[in-house]
Design a protein. Structure first.
Length: 147
């Protein structure tokens, strides 16, 4: 009779976080804080394109934090690539914000140097983007972050 064990082979594989995830976490929070304050204070220097870019940088940093904690990296850094990497690493975790994040790719298509396109969102769209970034921050902090 073979001895039984109380663990699977997956239990033997320990996730090794990628160094530097703490920096990404801090940078993401700083980007979100900057965008939130600039929007709340109606700072004229912060156009919708600038706010969008700061918010997207916060989102990218939060995704990178979560993935790095799992020892993973995305294939690329479009929002689609980031969401797909999160879906693979954390199935169902992104269900409440997935579509909103994917919609952020519509404002910038900058991968092809010859055909890049930048469209600024309306100022009314910025609070939705800030909310998405805040929800992702909370998700990473509460459910995914290495203690």
């Amino acid at each position: 009779m073979k001895p039984t064990t109380n663990f699977s082979l997956f239990d033997l594989k320990k996730v090794q976080p990628i160094q530097g995830w703490e920096d990404f976490w801090g940078e993401g929070k700083a980007f979100l804080k900057t965008a939130s304050a600039a929007y709340a204070q109606h700072k004229k220097a912060f156009t919708t394109v600038i706010l969008y870019n700061i918010i997207v940088m916060a989102i990218e940093k939060f995704v990178m934090t979560a993935l790095m904690c799992e020892g993973k990296l995305p294939n690329n850094h479009t929002m689609k690539d980031l969401v797909e990497a999160m879906d693979e690493a954390f199935p169902c975790a992104m269900s409440g914000i997935r579509e909103g994040l994917l919609n952020l790719d519509q404002y910038q298509e900058i991968c092809d140097v010859d055909t890049f396109n930048i469209t600024g969102p309306a100022m009314e769209e910025i609070p939705v983007m800030l909310d998405l970034a805040s929800r992702l921050r909370d998700l990473v902090e509460q459910q995914l972050l290495v203690p």
